[in-house]
Write a protein that binds this ligand. Sequence first.
Ligand code: NAD
Length: 450
Amino acid sequence: MSALVEAQSPIGEIKQKLETRTARIGIIGLGYVGLPLALLFSEERFPVTGFDIDPAKVETLNGGGSYIVRIPPEEIGHARQSGFRATSDYSQIAAMDAVLICVPTPLNDYHEPDLSYVTQTAKSIAPYLCEGQLVVLESTTYPGTTEEVLVPLLESGNDNSLRVARSPGERGFYVAFSPEREDPGNDTVARRDIPKVIGGVGSVALDLACAVYGSIFRRTIPVSSPAAAEMTKLLENIYRCVNIALVNELKQLCQRMNIDLFEVIDAAKTKPFGFQAFYPGPGLGGHCIPIDPFYLSWKAKQFDFRTRFIELAGEVNIAMPYYVIDRTIAALNDRRKALNGSKVLVLGLAYKRDIDDLRESPSLTIIELLRERGALVSYHDPFFPKVGRGRHYDLNMECATLSDLQQYDAVMIVTDHTTYDYPGIVRESQLVIDTRNATKGIAAENIVRC
Ligand SMILES: NC(=O)c1ccc[n+]([C@@H]2O[C@H](COP(=O)([O-])OP(=O)(O)OC[C@H]3O[C@@H](n4cnc5c(N)ncnc54)[C@H](O)[C@@H]3O)[C@@H](O)[C@H]2O)c1
């Protein structure tokens, strides 16, 4: 397309709006992914509208508050001064230039993809889509979702009879997929420094999506299709899942062989090439690693293919909380105690250190397993004063204090928050079950590392 023709086209118009920071950005789903993304655009002085079906979130944001611990209310206040607003009113989609979808993609009870949030979102925005708008799916999903699920719903539900524009000169709206790749709690890489992988439905959509994301991310990585971008995200998470399973299995072997696997990993990672350190733990947690790989294994069946690495890694990782319980029972047994009737304090509920996210946390499974075996369980986590009911658990507990640790038959470190005083915990506890190597360097008879 010549420069003049492009300047007069809808794409040229949006690109110009991006340059002048007048392009209106709509973010759908204001959770752990969508809200920080909205703030990133807002920091770059774009007018941002956030859409969420949760009225409490909309109200909190419009009142200048925050519901994510690592996002202070002041950041929401600054964004509001730059025009950021939250709403549940989908008719406002019509005024957006780019619409970025960041809604959940969980698994159902049968470990199959639950795309209901994506399909619901598509049905909600479809009536309001206008010519020249860009829609990008960011939610993690199996290859094919954007073209096979999202596009048909956007086309069939559109009041203006618009279709997706696949090639230059074609009129309609544009669609792309670009996975979110952030690592919650990791402050070593700024979000804008994480390269943004993008696959467009056609070259114009790709070009446009690269321009939108290029306004806030330092680097965009265009790939040949939405499916390639969808697969990229899954490869990254499957790589983690499989490698974590490997060290989780080796941890169990090393325990039998009386070798400290953490020491081994520290030694192995001194190799300047060909090795990346992964660490064992009490089981997988979070919205991504325990879930995303199964999106691919489900899709693979359509192609008469079994993803054996994913299945095996899932098997090993899902068994880890049971291993922790077995080790706890053995440690109590050494002290002539039974788990049944023992008082156990679980330290840390979040699925990883220093974050306020409970999703799929191994702590929840461990608490349930302890209770089923008759233990009297308490927990402590600085991020959760109480914990009630979720999709897969019903705990109904309040955070205990950290005083009088002697009263517990076992104190289990399940999440290694940095605020904990580990030497103090070891000193004051009868027995410490350490699933994270948080007591590294502390020599004491009452520590069982597992
Ligand atoms: N959290 C992470 O660290 C992370 C990292 C990479 C990728 N992802 C992926 O990003 C996606 C979003 O994850 P998240 O952690 O932000 O989820 P989340 O649960 O924190 O937030 C999702 C938000 O979407 C809202 N929502 C649901 N349905 C909606 C609808 N129809 N319309 C408008 N809003 C709707 C919910 O109310 C919620 O506020 C998922 O696919 C996830 O796998 C998450």
